[in-house]
Design a protein around this ligand. Structure first.
Ligand code: URA
Length: 214
């Protein structure tokens, strides 16, 4: 875990030994590390089950998430819930859902590189504490910021792929379309359904026996 030697606030959050403690410290910190803090209503840490074996990472909170303080509770989140439910995944029970940044960017723009870089140590701490077996990267923003060497991303060719990543040798990463993209292009829902079936069969094969199915 990368510590900023001079920032006691951030260090104390990143030093938490349990997920509950991490979340409590982050929420209570009223984090002001980047400009997004000036316009947000709530810091959005997550939604779901911190004991789940599968984590999903989106882009950033939108308007509904900012109001409610929970990830993926707007239209995109509802569509994700619906598609996951079709393959027997309950997003509140079988997933822990987080985002690249924890505060809503104005006008729902994509987070800037500096904002993502500032916020990602929190996401990495979540990964360290949750110890997921699988991470779902929802859309190009999640892919780009988690896997740095990826540039010029075409979701058309990346979606549905499994990736391994030297920083996390024990975690399988699966790239998926962002559900907001499916709202924009509903024809892609069928492709997403195929990717989710593949995810489901991976869970059945590798996580059920290990007893980490949430
Ligand atoms: N889109 C995201 O990427 N994250 C959310 O939490 C909501 C919408």
């Amino acid at each position: 875990m990368q510590f900023d030697l001079f920032n006691q606030n951030v260090n104390s959050i990143l030093d938490a030994h349990s997920y509950d403690e991490f979340k409590k410290r982050l929420l209570e910190s009223n984090c002001g590390e980047c400009a997004l803090s000036k316009t947000r209503t709530h810091i959005v840490v997550d939604r779901g089950n911190p004991n789940a074996a599968v984590m999903a990472i989106g882009e950033a909170p939108g308007e509904n998430e900012d109001i409610q303080g929970k990830a993926f509770v707007g239209r995109a989140g509802m569509l994700m819930d619906e598609l996951m439910a079709e393959v027997g995944i309950d997003t509140n029970r079988h997933l822990l859902i987080a985002n690249i940044v924890k505060c809503r960017p104005p006008e729902n723009r994509a987070p800037h590189a500096e904002e993502a870089k500032t916020c990602i140590p929190y996401l990495k701490k979540q990964i360290q504490l949750i110890k997921p077996k699988v991470i779902l990267l929802l859309g190009a923003t999640a892919l780009k910021h988690m896997i740095r060497e990826k540039t010029n991303i075409s979701m058309e060719s990346e979606a549905g792929k499994w990736i391994s990543f030297p920083e996390y040798p024990d975690i399988k990463f699966m790239v998926l379309y962002h559900p907001a993209f499916l709202l924009y292009d509903p024809r892609k829902k069928q492709v997403m359904r195929e990717h989710l079936k593949e995810l489901r069969s991976f869970i059945n094969q590798h996580l059920m026996q290990a007893g980490r199915n949430g």
